[in-house]
Design a protein around this ligand. Structure first.
Ligand code: NAP
Length: 248
């Protein structure tokens, strides 16, 4: 049976690369977006043009009702979700914690942590063999920031990704006998739009020299790890988070 991927924040950057690669390997893909409908639709159109199956679905992954509706819509259009890629995430302007407002911190945690937890919960409820599901796989997109801490840049974001790493370990153990594997990927500095939202659009180029391999990564290089972790080739892998960071 073909895999059904649900990629949160799948319209741009890493999520879009995951959606494209999953479709190339025969999966049907639910491409979630929050605001940029045309980017998500372009990913979907590309997949359909190449003979694949995909649908763009709007929803704010910081809102529980939107998350439940996203799963419902994806299931109705493509069948039961077999792979959740918990990818939607944000950061904010670079700075020091002492200057960060409560609103900013809350916004980051609500999407990167609370939303990711609720997405994972929703996937478990539907995939678990305990509840009559067919099992599946969850891949959480963390960050090297979780291990580096991002001091002086965005410790709030780094802390939110630390929470993702804990989620991966804990949930993997919790559902290991319910035919669900839970893993993560820690991207290093990847060339996407996210750096513009941190106020530094050229960050991936500017910091390339700090990466042992001497360059930023491409979203497609993250997608390869995600697809492997989600696939049966990783059938004995759960609770693992892979660094894809050029040695950073
Ligand atoms: P990006 O290019 O900024 O894309 C972010 C995607 O997330 C967009 O599709 C956006 O949707 C979506 N999104 C944002 N807020 C959302 C919300 N509330 N609900 C649903 N979707 C939402 O980011 P990226 O670099 O690909 O990052 C993807 C993931 O990788 C994030 O979790 C990020 O923390 C992680 N990561 C990135 C890097 C890096 O260097 N790029 C490094 C480590 C980890 P719209 O298109 O509708 O705006």
């Amino acid at each position: 049976m073909a895999a059904v991927y649900l990629v949160t924040g799948g319209g741009r950057g890493i999520g879009a690369a995951v959606a494209r690669l999953a479709a190339k390997q025969g999966a049907a893909v639910g491409v979630n977006y929050v605001a940029n409908a045309s980017a998500a639709q372009a990913v979907v159109d590309e997949i359909i043009d190449q003979g694949g199956k995909a649908i763009a679905i709007q929803g704010d992954m910081a809102i529980e009702a939107d998350i439940i509706s996203l799963f419902d819509q994806c299931e109705a259009a493509l069948g039961p979700v077999t792979v959740l890629v918990n990818n939607a995430g944000v950061l904010d302007q670079e700075g020091s914690l002492e200057d960060f407002s409560a609103e900013r911190i809350t916004r980051i945690v609500e999407l990167n942590v609370t939303g990711a937890l609720i997405c994972a919960r929703e996937a478990v409820r539907r995939m678990s063999t305990k509840a009559g599901g067919n099992g599946g796989s969850i891949v959480n997109i963390s960050s090297m920031a979780a291990t580096l801490g991002s001091g002086g840049v965005y410790v709030d974001y780094a802390a939110s990704k630390g929470a993702i790493d804990s989620l991966t370990i804990g949930l993997a153990r919790e559902v290991a006998q319910q035919a669900i594997r839970v893993n993560g990927v820690r991207p290093g500095i990847i060339d996407t739009d996210i750096h513009a939202s941190g106020g530094n659009p050229s960050r991936a180029i500017d910091l390339a020299h700090t990466v042992p391999m001497g360059r930023a990564g491409r979203p497609e290089e993250i997608a390869e790890a995600v697809i492997w972790l989600a696939s049966d080739k990783a059938s004995y892998v759960t609770g693992s988070t892979i660094n894809v960071s050029g040695g950073r």
